[in-house]
Write a protein that binds this ligand. Structure first.
Ligand SMILES: NC(=O)c1ccc[n+]([C@@H]2O[C@H](COP(=O)([O-])OP(=O)(O)OC[C@H]3O[C@@H](n4cnc5c(N)ncnc54)[C@H](O)[C@@H]3O)[C@@H](O)[C@H]2O)c1
Length: 311
């Protein structure tokens, strides 16, 4: 989707952080924007900015886990601005902690929003985009934890890996249908994730037990102070600009931070190393390479050929 002016974006978690940064970038490129968020105070604060700058933004309070409310929000967006062309499934919560302390409530909470919310977005908007036929694009926010795992983040990693795979499958299936799909993989970004994650947890998914003690401090005593340095964290508006470039370029992967490359490579090398170094079964190989979009997906080859994004 290279022409954005006059088109409409629907951004979940748009009241804060990365979603708000994407909303601001969309406005800069002449789009109408609908921001949805579970926190009214975040929407109010964001709308103060958009109203002051006289920008075409509509705010709707929505919990992305509520499917009926999601459909109503989509109806509202369409009756206000017309067809929606860019869906950004960005609402999410953090989910840290050692695996042995995780409860079903922890799993249900993080999976419900980080994965269920993205499923609800696609189920609500993809049929509408295909029906209006004006082209569209779906971006879903994963994480560096959706490409490579870290410890003490099993619920988060599970959902973010799922979101990445979902966008790859969606992009594959939508080829030739005028709908692009991208997975956004932000590194450290200056947002309110810590605060909002606790605020968005509903009563029925609170834990009864006392929370586990925080993990022991890292061995480097200066680490916390260095981590608090604002320079470490990307400005969400910069993330938003990178999303816009990714959408225009139809990039499958929108990666924002260069510092994770070595980690991704080591993971992929480990996968390659684990493959049996044995002669091919020629009949099986014939089937695999000719099934293309089912087993040997040339989407990846096409993405490789368009080259690195034009930063
Ligand atoms: N900040 C980072 O460093 C970072 C890095 C990688 C990925 N991410 C991902 O980026 C996305 C945006 O997070 P952020 O860092 O901008 O945090 P943020 O807290 O500033 O923004 C997230 C917004 O999502 C909203 N939200 C949460 N649950 C919701 C629900 N059920 N329905 C509707 N809205 C809901 C929150 O109220 C909040 O306003 C998340 O998916 C997060 O996992 C963030």
């Amino acid at each position: 989707m290279d022409k954005l002016e006059g088109k409409t974006a629907f951004i979940t978690g748009g009241g804060s952080g990365i979603g708000l940064g994407i909303a601001k970038a969309c406005c800069k490129y002449g789009m109408n924007v609908v921001i949805v968020d579970a926190r009214q105070e975040a929407l109010d604060e964001a709308m103060a900015y958009f109203n002051e700058h006289i920008l075409p933004v509509r705010a709707i309070k929505l919990n992305v886990t509520d499917r009926e409310a999601y459909a109503r929000a989509a109806d509202d967006a369409e009756s206000f601005f017309g067809n929606v062309h860019l869906l950004v499934n960005n609402a999410g919560v953090g989910g840290g902690g050692p695996v042995e302390t995780m409860t079903y409530n922890d799993w249900d909470y993080v999976v419900g929003i980080n994965l269920g919310g993205v499923i609800n977005g696609i189920m609500t908007f993809l049929p509408r985009m295909l029906k209006h036929g004006e082209g569209g694009h779906i971006v879903s926010t994963s994480s560096t934890n959706g490409i490579a795992a870290t410890g003490a983040s099993i619920t988060y990693c599970t959902t973010k890996f799922a979101v990445a795979g979902m966008m790859e499958a969606l992009a594959t299936e939508m080829q030739g249908k005028g709908i692009g799909a991208s997975v956004l993989v932000p590194g450290p970004t200056r947002t309110n994730l810590g605060k909002s994650s606790a605020a968005n947890r509903p009563a029925h998914l609170q834990n009864e037990e006392t929370p586990p003690p925080p993990p022991p401090p890292p061995p480097d005593p200066d680490f916390q102070a260095r981590m608090a340095d604002p320079a470490v964290w990307m400005d969400p508006v910069e993330t938003g600009e990178r999303v816009i470039r990714g959408v225009r370029n139809n990039d499958l992967f929108i990666m924002t931070h260069p510092e994770f490359k070595a980690g991704y490579k080591i993971r992929h090398d480990a996968i390659m190393r684990a493959n049996p170094d044995e002669p091919f079964n020629e009949k099986r190989w014939d089937i695999i390479k000719n099934f293309r979009t089912v087993i040997y997906n040339d989407l990846y080859e096409k993405q490789r050929q368009i080259g690195p994004p034009d930063w």
